[in-house]
Design a protein around this ligand. Structure first.
Ligand code: NI
Length: 174
């Protein structure tokens, strides 16, 4: 495994529509493993393949909902999700506004409205169909990452974008 370079705007690969994966082979597995390592090193809660300059429909997400009643070292373990050719098949009418950052857009954050709940269908690294129902931040992360596969970055959807204060900068980056 190796850490890949995260590309930033205005790199054109971030604006391209990524192509569907058709070969679930060792080369794909290497991409996925490198994406996981790159996401963890960044650190970030999610990464889409175009962010490592590979225009294929692959996202990785690693996240755990914070338990506000538990102290810092008793938090629920993070869960790793790998989706190949992900698609949002259902989305709640209800939306939520939150603050997002992106590893490909350093030093900025934005306020973005997203569906509160989504269902994501796709494939695992072996080509087996998988499905996930996500809500809250997890739903937001998936919407952000899947947007990357269509060449969309959060400022395209943001109501405002700004340079964060140090405290705001602690917000989740993906
Ligand atoms: Ni991003």
């Amino acid at each position: 495994m190796s850490i890949r370079k995260i590309v930033t705007l205005p790199d054109p690969v971030l604006r391209r529509k990524a192509r569907k994966v058709t070969a679930f082979d060792q080369e794909l597995h290497t991409l996925i493993d490198d994406m996981i390592e790159t996401m963890r090193a960044a650190p970030g809660v999610g990464l889409a393949a175009p962010q490592v300059a590979d225009s294929r429909r692959v996202v990785v997400v690693e996240y755990a909902e914070e338990d506000e009643d538990a102290d810092e070292n008793r938090q629920p373990p993070k869960k790793l999700y790998v989706f190949v050719n992900p698609e949002i098949t259902e989305a709640s009418e209800e939306q939520e506004t939150g603050i997002e950052g992106c590893l490909s857009i350093p030093d900025l954050v934005g306020e973005v409205s997203r569906h509160s709940r989504v269902t994501i269908k796709g494939f695992n690294r072996h080509g087996k169909p998988i499905r996930l129902k996500a809500s809250g931040w997890l739903a937001r992360i998936f919407q952000h990452e899947i947007d990357h596969l269509d060449g969309i970055v959060y400022p395209d959807r943001a109501t405002r974008v700004w340079k964060p204060t140090a405290e705001e900068a602690e917000t989740i980056r993906d």
